[in-house]
Unconditional design. Structure first.
Length: 215
């Protein structure tokens, strides 16, 4: 299986696709959002920055990513979820991955219409323990009990940045900083695109299976 880098606007489905790859294929998962939220518990300035939806500086991100990749199990494929988000991160990530000998990866762009992303913001709930995500407002994504994770029984939480104001900042950051990376990977010939506009995700998962196995 190829290592995977996801490029996607907020709420497009990076977390859900990651969860599928972890469960089905044993991928290791590195989400910069999760790593930063953990770090922010001890750092009020970072907490406020995440709340606003603005991007964290490139050097902090690169340091975190390098650290987790150095500790990975080299026998298992991995997912980078949330990085790179700027061209500077993408170029430096190439150097990190090259130094670690991880050259076999595919970059998956997830495409979702903005109005669908907006519909997903307010109802998203996350399990703080196993990181599974749900949506209490959308059929097919609701947990059995509105407050409890189906998978592990933990109490679900709402991310503080899952409000329309912060979403708008994150979406603009995606357009301005992350979209330019798409052509960078396209020119390298390693970009694949999956649409995730529908409420039935089976078709998207089928495409995902094809992409990671190189078909
Ligand atoms: P989403 O995709 O829903 O916006 P994430 O959990 O991936 O959520 O990221 C949450 C926040 O963490 C972002 O809004 C940003 O502030 C910060 N962040 C995560 N990854 C990066 C990155 N690679 N570069 C800069 N900031 C990042």
């Amino acid at each position: 299986m190829k290592n995977v880098i996801f490029l996607a606007p907020p709420l497009a489905g990076k977390g859900t696709f990651s969860e599928y790859l972890i469960k089905e294929y044993g991928y290791q998962h590195y989400s910069t959002g999760d790593l930063l939220r953990e770090k922010a518990k001890r750092d009020e300035k970072l907490q406020n920055l995440l709340l606003s939806g603005s991007l964290v500086d490139d050097e902090t991100i690169l340091k975190i990513v390098k650290e987790v990749l150095q500790k990975r199990e080299s026998s298992k494929p991995f997912i980078l979820d949330g990085v790179p988000r700027t061209l500077h991160q993408a170029k430096n990530l190439d150097i990190i991955l090259n130094d670690l000998g991880c050259n076999d990866f595919v970059v998956i762009q997830i495409k979702t219409e903005k109005d669908i992303l907006v519909d997903r913001v307010v109802g998203r709930r996350i399990c703080p323990n196993c990181h599974r995500s749900y949506n209490v407002l959308l059929e097919g994504f609701k947990p059995k009990n509105e407050h409890i994770c189906d998978a592990c029984g933990s109490t679900l939480i709402q991310r503080k940045d899952d409000n329309l104001e912060s979403f708008e900042v994150r979406y603009q950051a995606y357009l301005e900083s992350t979209v330019p990376i798409i052509s960078y990977y396209e020119e390298k010939g390693i970009l694949r695109t999956i649409s995730n506009n529908e409420s039935n995700q089976e078709r998207a998962f089928e495409e995902l299976r094809g992409v990671i196995s190189g078909h």
